[in-house]
Design a protein around this ligand. Structure first.
Ligand SMILES: [Zn+2]
Length: 195
């Protein structure tokens, strides 16, 4: 699933889990950090630009879904994030939840253009090779199913933002979040059925 869907969906879980902004941010981060193992793409593209080499996406394919999409990374990432939380144990539990929702969403909808381009979840990597999970019916990353899921997550998050008085923008800036929520509340007042 797209990084935006992971991000907003994880914030939504965090917003339902806690009223504490710090813990909410940490729970949100746990749902997007698995994709840092896709940053090899930056090196791949940079190689192509600076060394005039063909862009092969070698590092992206080598590490994405391998380094940070299994239980070893779940323990490290969620443990690290929970260390900064107000309620550490509770936040650790919800971090594990958003982390694993990320894996589930990837299992459902992160296929490439052809039906053979399945992305498996290698749940014990990088420590052990097995188990390897994949779903033959996996949706395309840019497929309509992912789009519908994103729309549902997005509007649920807006609805929750009006109720809570904070939105997913809080992860970046508290000031921008205040402005965003103010606008949302105005819209909500204009469309009473949205409340
Ligand atoms: Zn992922």
């Amino acid at each position: 699933m797209s990084p935006a869907a992971h991000f907003i969906g994880s914030w939504l879980v965090g917003s339902l889990a806690t009223k504490n902004p710090r813990d909410r941010k940490l729970i949100t981060l746990a749902g997007i950090l698995p994709d840092v193992d896709g940053l090899g793409m930056v090196v791949d593209v940079a190689k192509g630009v600076f060394f005039d080499a063909p862009t092969t996406y070698q590092y992206y394919h080598k590490f994405h879904h391998i380094l940070c999409h299994g239980w070893p990374a779940a323990l490290v990432i969620c443990g690290f994030l929970a260390w900064f939380a107000n309620l550490r144990l509770r936040t650790f539990g919800f971090c594990l939840l958003t982390f694993h929702l990320h894996l589930l969403c990837d299992l459902l909808g992160s296929r490439g253009p052809s039906p053979a381009d399945l992305w498996p979840i290698c749940y014990s990597e990088p420590l052990f090779r097995h188990p390897i999970w994949f779903w033959k019916g996996q949706w395309r990353l840019d497929g309509w199913q992912n789009f519908i899921v994103f729309v549902i997550i997005f509007f649920s998050a807006l609805w929750q933002s009006v109720r809570l008085g904070n939105s997913f923008v809080e992860v970046f800036s508290r000031k921008a979040d205040e402005i965003f929520v103010r606008v949302l509340k105005k819209w909500s007042a204009a469309f009473p059925f949205a409340r």
